[in-house]
Design a protein around this ligand. Structure first.
Ligand SMILES: CC(C)(COP(=O)(O)OP(=O)(O)OC[C@H]1O[C@@H](n2cnc3c(N)ncnc32)[C@H](O)[C@@H]1OP(=O)(O)O)[C@@H](O)C(=O)NCCC(=O)NCCS
Length: 173
């Protein structure tokens, strides 16, 4: 499977830009609001601690100066094989169901493909991410570094066959 085409957003759509250091505090606040206090207990968080996000593949959605959406990608390995790990993805509660979440994921995946990554991994709801090309089947033998529902461990190929052959423990690259 390859990257799907960008979501069509209305004329007054927010801007999607590469995240800059000046956005970091607003991104943290947005993610805190979206995920609540349980945020740091997630096994996904183990892959972000001590890691450094992929700056060219992490994006914010802006309405004026206000950060209303965020997606970040991180370098990890699965059984030693590199893959980009997506998360957190968050859209401000007042701005949802306008295609922004999908547009952020598609923008990050397109940037990752351009940067040479062959696949993107995430832990999330399959009914939402399936429409953006993510699937649990190729991630069946992928082991997260903590408790995770295997049906929520999803991979998306960025090039033909890019999601094949992943097996083993996910670790910080
Ligand atoms: C998930 C999230 C990023 C989606 O943002 P968004 O901008 O509303 O996304 P989109 O506009 O692309 O898609 C919205 C659609 O997805 C659906 N959807 C949202 N979350 C869903 C989920 N977990 N499972 C299934 N469908 C979901 C919405 O009901 C909506 O459906 P509609 O188009 O029929 O109204 C946003 O709801 C959010 O920040 N949630 C809290 C944090 C979170 O759960 N992040 C993802 C975990 S990895």
């Amino acid at each position: 499977m390859t990257a799907s085409s960008a979501a069509v957003l209305p004329q007054d759509a927010p801007a999607i830009e590469v995240e800059a250091p000046r956005h970091a505090a607003a991104v943290e606040a947005l993610v805190d609001r979206a995920f609540g206090p349980g945020r740091f207990a997630k096994s996904s968080e183990r892959l972000r601690e001590g890691n450094r996000k992929l700056d060219d593949c992490s994006f914010v959605a802006l309405r004026g100066d206000q950060v209303i959406g965020s997606v970040r990608l991180w370098p990890v390995t699965i059984g030693g094989k590199p893959v980009a790990f997506l998360g957190p993805l968050a859209v401000d509660a007042t701005q949802r169901s306008a295609g922004l979440g999908q547009a952020l994921v598609e923008t990050a995946c397109a940037a990752a493909a351009k940067a040479g990554w062959k696949a993107v991994l995430l832990v999330g709801d399959a009914p939402y991410f399936a429409r953006i090309g993510f699937s649990a089947a190729p991630a069946a033998k992928v082991v997260m570094p903590g408790p995770a529902d295997q049906r929520r461990v999803l991979l998306k190929a960025l090039v033909s066959g890019g999601d094949e052959g992943f097996e083993g423990r996910v670790a910080v690259a």
